[in-house]
Write a protein that binds this ligand. Structure first.
Ligand SMILES: Cc1ncc(COP(=O)(O)O)c(C=O)c1O
Length: 395
């Protein structure tokens, strides 16, 4: 008898991301120099680790409010106030677990099967995978390469033309991964007006919001222009600015009236973030945490300079110097199979790099790019670039 398949077709169709297809060949191999993930090589600073250890020793091992402990949500509201000036009510903040879960929750709140989400690309693959998981069609609108001005630019007409009656959300990461491109405050206003008029939610991914190089405390934030009932979902994370990628904790700011639903969803998705981890996160939001963020930003700036100097000596590599985040998205003349190239590099010369191919749904333009994370120690970064240079010479 032919039984129907109980697994949803959208789930059957999922494949490992282009980054996973590379890391699968060498993750954990100490000989492979890893520049492929979005994380610094620094261990989480001691004051954060000690706060979590103390919480464990104090017996903070129980369920908490599924939306997060109150002192942490209050500290997050204060963080928004001091970095962006936005006044965010504590009941608009939910800590579902990791930022990735905040992305998924925002998609679950806005999209259902058959809907679509318009995503500015190139974009970290987990985002369009998450759209597929909720049954939505990810529609990618690619930034334009403007080699004359040296910037990635967003064509608003293209962004708005990609929407139809089944468009339920925009997803925009600014600063972006992998490009480091940032939306301007004017562009944000324009997008908010369009979204309001069309009933489209905005999922504003601000996980790199404080990792910017122009001296401002924060990139332009949708939270400073949206009212508390605008359908804006702002995703944020402890992972990047405080070197906490393995802790799996982030947060979501949502419209005020969504609070009961956010609470119910937090129950279903994870029943809250890990209890003692929340105390580590609380320590991250202290003045000591602000000082650590500043140190990490300087390390990233130094890494960005190392890459920039190295590029000056290359004749086949160009980039748009990133305005934020900690990635070099490198355009390699003559490269058209970034996935195969990165897979070969894991074996020899043993450097882990993310293929440009991974950051879109088959757009051939992205296949000429490679992404490296430069939030690394100088010597390690220089060694990684030297290995990459050798491999490019063989191309
Ligand atoms: C744009 C973007 N959004 C969300 C995330 C998820 O962050 P987390 O690892 O804290 O869940 C990442 C991680 O790389 C990212 O680059």
């Amino acid at each position: 008898m032919n039984c129907p398949d109980p697994i949803r077709p959208a789930i059957r169709a999922l494949e490992p991301s282009g980054i996973t297809k590379v890391t699968a060949l060498g993750l954990g191999n100490p000989d492979v120099l890893p520049l492929w993930f979005g994380e610094t090589d620094l261990v989480t600073p001691p004051f954060i680790r000690e706060a979590a250890i103390k919480a464990l020793e104090d017996g903070r091992t129980f369920y908490t409010n599924a939306r997060g402990i109150l002192p942490l949500r209050e500290a997050i509201a204060a963080f928004h106030k001091r970095t962006t000036g936005a006044e965010i009510a504590v009941d608009r903040i939910t800590i579902p677990g990791a930022a990735m879960l905040a992305v998924t929750s925002a998609l679950q709140m806005s999209c259902e099967t058959g809907d679509n989400v318009v995503i500015v690309s190139p974009i970290w693959p987990n985002i369009f995978q998450a759209a597929k998981v909720v049954g939505a069609e990810p529609r990618l609108v690619r930034l334009n390469e403007d080699w004359n001005t040296g910037r990635w630019t967003l064509d608003m007409g293209k962004l708005f033309d990609a929407c139809d009656e089944r468009t339920k959300a925009f997803f925009i990461a600014s600063p972006g991964n992998p490009t480091g491109w940032m939306l301007t405050a004017d562009e944000q206003k324009h997008i908010l007006e369009f979204a309001r008029a069309r009933g489209i939610a905005i999922i504003a991914d601000e996980v790199y919001g404080t990792l910017i190089y122009d001296g401002a405390p924060h990139a332009p934030s949708f939270l400073t222009i949206a009212g508390e009932e605008d359908a804006v979902f702002a995703v944020n994370s402890f992972s990047k600015p405080w070197a906490m990628t393995g802790w799996r904790i982030g947060w979501l700011v949502h419209p005020r009236s969504v609070e009961p639903a956010a609470a119910a969803m937090a129950q279903c998705n994870n029943t809250g973030a890990t209890h003692f981890v929340q105390y580590g996160a609380l320590a991250a939001l202290s003045p000591e945490g602000d000082a650590f963020r500043a140190t990490l930003l300087e390390r990233c700036r130094a890494g960005r300079d190392v890459v920039e100097d190295w590029i000056k000596g290359q004749n086949r590599i160009r980039w748009f110097k990133p305005e934020g985040a900690f990635y070099g998205f490198l355009h390699v003349d003559g490269l058209s199979d970034s996935l195969g190239f990165c897979q070969r590099m894991v074996k020899d010369p043993k450097v882990g790099i993310a293929p440009g191919w991974a950051f879109s749904l088959g757009d051939p333009r992205d296949d000429s790019y490679l992404r490296i994370c430069f939030a690394q120690d100088d010597a390690r970064l220089a060694e990684g670039l030297a290995r990459l240079e050798g491999a490019i010479k063989q191309l």
